[in-house]
Design a protein around this ligand. Structure first.
Ligand SMILES: [Zn+2]
Ligand SMILES: [Zn+2]
Ligand SMILES: [Zn+2]
Ligand SMILES: [Zn+2]
Length: 245
């Protein structure tokens, strides 16, 4: 009963547009799950427990969530990825080693497909070679959604419409769809490496899980996935001067 109330309270909190921007939604199985997840429909969880229950990332230091560890879906989430030549290329590619591009520019630089409409990617055109051979898909609600998403189960979409349908990135310009802000934010975080933090407090994040500047009682430090580093309250942590380069 208590859990139900908690879930309702969270749903209300997350419906605030400003909060939804600042705080990432994570998921867990309240029936004894040991992990927290980036996806309400995580493939690593038995289907009987799906969809998972949402909670805000800032609650990870609370007793009921502090013992959860990140699932591989948090650590290695598959983000639809495109490539470009950062030294002035005018095309985007679906493979890092596209044969059309001069060897000296290979491998190409990766960027999340959700950023295709943003600077400096907005003017890139699809490479005629690789985008025909290798397709990169994003997701949308074919039932009238106006945004495209990099997750087929983006939490900003009403559960009735999940999972979302695939759409080839090549078809995005004609579709008029715009990138989902929540997916952009999440994908930017995914690009950051794993760090470590002290859930009991501390102002820094660390590269060394056993950093000597931290009291031994708090070691080893907890994993801080890249996904969480850009969201409240973890975006307030500053790099440790001893272990971070
Ligand atoms: Zn998972
Ligand atoms: Zn190409
Ligand atoms: Zn989204
Ligand atoms: Zn440190």
């Amino acid at each position: 009963m208590k859990r139900k109330l908690l879930a309702v309270g969270l749903a209300a909190a997350l419906s605030c547009a400003t909060c939804a921007q600042a705080e990432l939604t994570l998921y867990y199985n309240p029936d004894g799950g040991a992990c927290y997840h980036a996806d309400a429909y995580c493939e690593a969880v038995h289907e009987n427990y799906l969809p998972l229950d949402p909670f805000g990332a800032s609650q990870l230091d609370e007793a009921s969530y502090a013992l959860l560890t990140p699932c591989t879906c948090v650590l290695e989430a598959r983000v639809p990825t495109l490539y470009y030549n950062a030294e002035g290329g005018s095309y985007y590619h679906t493979m890092a080693n596209c044969a059309v591009v001069d060897d000296e520019y290979l491998p190409l630089t990766a960027f999340p497909a959700s950023q295709l409409g943003q600077t400096p990617y907005a003017s890139l055109l699809p490479c005629e070679r690789c985008t025909q051979e290798t397709h990169v898909y994003v997701y949308h609600n074919a039932d009238g959604g106006r945004r495209y998403h990099s997750s087929p189960t983006c939490y900003t979409v009403d559960a009735d419409y999940l999972p979302l349908q695939e759409i080839d990135v090549r078809d995005l310009p004609a579709s008029g769809l715009e990138a989902c802000d929540a997916c952009i934010q999440r994908d930017q975080g995914m690009a950051l490496p794993v760090a470590y933090f002290n859930p009991a407090g501390g102002a820094h994040y660390h590269e060394d899980p056993n950093c000597a500047t931290v009291d031994a009682a708090y070691l080893p430090l907890s994993v801080l996935p890249g996904l969480l580093r850009g969201s409240e309250p973890f975006n307030r942590l500053t790099p440790c001067e001893t272990c971070c380069k």
